[in-house]
Design a protein around this ligand. Structure first.
Ligand code: 5GP
Ligand code: MN
Length: 336
């Protein structure tokens, strides 16, 4: 955002507005943390604000302040559509393409509201009126902090907002481990703690909230994992009946794809899960291997260099076979 644009947005938000915040399908910690962090700030500025998610999200995110006010589109499409219809401003958080908000996308596209996108995924689409974007940023939550600072409103960040933004940064950096964690990330985090963020509570609420089934599924998945040492790659595939055996709940497979990457010499990992009518795939890589490119080209997906996702409308076995058969083609890039 240029200086002139920042001034325009300041002016836009200087009077009470009907605001909708939308985030991507299957929201994760950053999607909900950034959206509710922004929500708790905007309501303090006296706006009329609603967060709309395309569908549900894991229970370990339900403690985030403002969660009880969120509309899940799949649960209540009429209420969501009405909100979008009367919106003056729509914030688009943590996604770079309208496809990522599923059925909500048609209504957002139709709306005459001013659209402000805040995101850190590469190659953002050009539909928003204002774009605050950096693919170097650890998370969208970090960019929301930057945005509030640009608005000259850092003092409006209260404990509720701080807990949400902290959680977004914590989850997208995998607890401040991955390469996007910068000095700025830590400075923002320290300011959030000063503003009241409860860092160890956030960790406990998100990461120490497992069911016994989830931990047993983790053990089972690690036993099942296939490793291709010659390609520095590995994958885990879970069928619908396997997921059912462990009483699968939304969010139970979150983070599972990272485990194979902790094996020395493994640079690329995939997780296949069979859900209603489609195969979801998560990709993670270490170093230079471009998981985003791989997901875009082969599995109708996208994401970041080191974290991407995609889908397949084949059987689970066929999707896995496609992946395995692609590895030789990527051998040079995987060995780099
Ligand atoms: P996850 O594996 O956690 O679902 O997704 C990892 C990253 O890839 C996230 O940043 C997410 O936004 C992105 N991503 C996941 N699935 C898709 C997809 O189908 N299309 C696109 N463009 N990005 C995706
Ligand atoms: Mn994110």
């Amino acid at each position: 955002m240029t200086h002139a644009e920042i001034e325009e947005v300041k002016k836009l938000l200087s009077t009470r507005k009907n605001i909708v915040i939308v985030t991507h399908k299957n929201p994760d910690g950053d999607a909900m943390g950034s959206s509710l962090g922004l929500y708790n700030y905007l309501i303090r500025k006296n706006h009329n604000v609603k967060v709309i998610t395309p569908n549900g999200y894991p229970t370990f995110l339900h403690w985030l302040p403002g969660n009880d006010k969120v509309i899940e589109y799949t649960e209540n499409p009429e209420a969501a559509q009405a909100r979008i219809k009367k919106a003056d401003v729509i914030f688009c958080l943590d996604f770079n393409t309208i496809k990522r908000i599923a059925d909500v996308g048609d209504h957002v596209k139709k709306s005459k509201a001013t659209k402000i996108m805040i995101d850190h995924h590469p190659q953002p689409e050009k539909f928003p009126d204002y774009l605050l974007h950096s693919k170097k940023s650890s998370s969208t939550a970090q960019l929301v902090f930057d945005f509030i600072e640009m608005m000259g409103d850092k003092k409006l960040i209260n404990r509720k907002s701080a807990n949400c933004l902290y959680t977004g940064i914590m989850t997208d950096t995998l607890n401040f481990r991955i390469g996007t964690t910068s000095a700025h990330t830590h400075r923002v985090t320290s300011e959030l703690i000063d503003a009241g963020a409860q860092n160890s509570l956030a960790y406990a609420n998100v990461f120490d909230a497992n069911s016994e089934d989830r931990i047993r599924m983790l053990g089972y998945s690690l036993q099942k994992m296939k490793v291709f040492k010659e390609f520095h790659a590995a994958f885990i595939a879970l069928s619908a009946s396997e997921l059912k055996k462990f009483n699968f709940q939304k969010g139970d497979t979150e983070g599972l794809v990272n485990y194979p990457l902790s094996i020395e010499g493994i640079h690329f990992s995939a997780l296949f899960t069979e859900t209603k009518g489609e195969i979801r795939i998560s990709f993670r890589s270490k170093g230079n291997f471009d998981a985003n490119k791989f997901a875009r080209k082969n599995f109708n997906g996208g994401g970041h260099t080191n974290a991407a996702g995609g889908e397949s409308h084949t059987t689970l076995d066929a999707a896995v076979l496609k992946f395995v058969n692609l590895l030789p083609e990527y051998k040079d890039e995987l060995l780099k």
